[in-house]
Ligand binder design. Structure first.
Ligand code: ADE
Length: 418
């Protein structure tokens, strides 16, 4: 078995971390037991481009229990937990090609190495693996039965490939599952983004003006949690509905031009390009801090910041100060995902639902791939609701069922005002 990892000596630490995550992933544990009996992925080569974390290791164990052969690379050069990569490669038999702080060349080499395993099923997060496969290895596309995509950003990229008729196999969009985005994007990103920011800086958020660009589910979660910590939250949006939601949720809504001069902390969560750019850096206060919670490092125009600065200095790990004349601006994690670079990403109990969707979606593709065409599909409602039911069960929460009378009423039209 081949792999490329950085810290083989840290495998025991990795195993301990995986065990801790596993305890908080009851849905995935249950699916794993079921997979061990039913072998839905038996003999299938599965490849994943995911953040290499203890939660991903629990997903890996589930898929392997279901009979898969697994190769993984990182979905971000800064998100890999090296000890977990070591445990997965050395103890669990996963072909892991990832280490923390890999440069871009290594990042793409690792993607290439995973593609060399000739996958039949793919799990992507951000769509780098699938786009590289189509660009660099068109001859290997025919092996692929189908794929899953974890993120909003990746789903948008793959939908663009489908519209342009470039996509050559079906993709199930995990992010469309309500049991994913309502929890992972909102509560996961909400908590882990602020956790990453606080671990990296040890800064007090109370009383700070915190500007959030994007009020999708991630932005909503960050805003809600930042308010809980006492920050004065300003939301920046381009979508009128989202902007209105933010206003009625009680946040200040401003343009980025208005917010640039006021903010103490800026967090991007849009999926868009250069949301905070040169003209905004020029207006910012000295000491303003910038970080990103969106999938790619494209939301803050770091290149412009590099060009504008006379010099830069690392103040703490992943925290750089850029000197621009008399003022300095602070950038976290090079503008990459702050929650995974400066923290540990989303907590296991929320990844439990996202990765339960992943595991069930792969099994669904393995069984039904012939009924799909090359397109991006939402996760089937049955899978989505199954995940929610299993999570509720694991949390010891019971819910009601409709009575027969209610079922009849719901399907009828005769009865109105009484
Ligand atoms: N994405 C966000 N948080 C994550 C985590 N803990 N593991 C894998 N992917 C993630």
């Amino acid at each position: 078995m081949a792999y490329d990892i950085k810290k083989p000596e840290s495998r025991t630490l990795g195993q301990n971390r995986i065990r801790w995550a596993e305890q908080q992933m009851p849905v995935l544990r249950q699916i794993r037991e079921h997979f061990a009996e039913t072998q839905p992925l038996k003999g299938l080569r599965v490849a994943g481009c995911l953040h290499i974390t203890s939660e991903t290791a629990c997903l890996a164990r589930t898929l392997m229990a279901g009979g898969a052969e697994l190769a993984l690379c990182a979905a971000n050069p800064l998100s890999t937990q090296d000890e977990v990569a070591a445990a997965m490669a050395l103890d669990d038999g996963v072909s892991v090609y990832a280490y923390r702080d890999e440069d871009n060349k290594t990042y793409y080499r690792h993607i290439d190495q995973v593609l060399e395993t000739q996958p039949q099923l793919i799990m992507d997060s951000g769509a780098d693996l699938i786009s590289e496969l189509h660009k660099q290895h068109p001859g290997r596309v025919a092996d692929v039965l189908g794929a899953t995509e974890e993120t909003t950003t990746g789903t948008a990229r793959l939908s663009s490939m489908a519209r342009k008729q470039i996509l050559k196999f079906p993709v199930l969009a995990i992010n469309h599952a309500r049991s994913k985005y309502l929890f992972d994007n909102r509560y996961g990103t909400g908590q882990s983004t602020l956790d990453g920011l606080m671990r990296a800086t040890n800064m007090l958020l109370a009383g700070k003006k915190l500007v959030i660009c994007g009020y999708g589910w991630c932005g909503k979660g960050i805003a809600m949690r930042a308010r809980g910590l006492g920050a004065i939250v300003i939301v920046v949006e381009i979508n009128p509905i989202h902007a209105l939601e933010a206003a009625m949720d009680g946040f200040l809504v401003q343009t980025i031009e208005q917010a640039a001069a006021q903010g103490d902390i800026f967090i991007t969560a849009t999926g868009a390009l250069n949301v905070i750019r040169r003209s905004h850096f020029e207006q910012m206060k000295s000491g303003a801090m910038l970080c990103n919670a969106g999938h790619f490092n494209s939301e803050i125009e770091v290149q412009a910041l590099e060009q504008m600065a006379e010099h830069k200095q690392e103040l703490r790990p992943y925290l750089w100060s850029y000197q621009l004349g008399a003022k300095n601006l602070l950038l976290l994690a090079e503008g990459r995902l702050v929650n995974l670079a400066c923290g540990e990403g989303h907590p296991a109990s929320v990844m439990d639902m996202s990765f339960a969707n992943q595991a069930l979606a792969l099994a669904h593709l393995a069984l039904n791939h012939r009924s799909f065409v090359p397109r991006v599909y939402p996760i089937p409602d049955e899978i989505d609701e199954q995940v929610a039911h299993l999570k509720l069960q694991a949390m010891g929460i019971e819910i009601d069922q409709r009575t027969q009378e209610q079922l009849d009423y719901q399907g009828s039209w005769e009865l109105g005002t009484r």
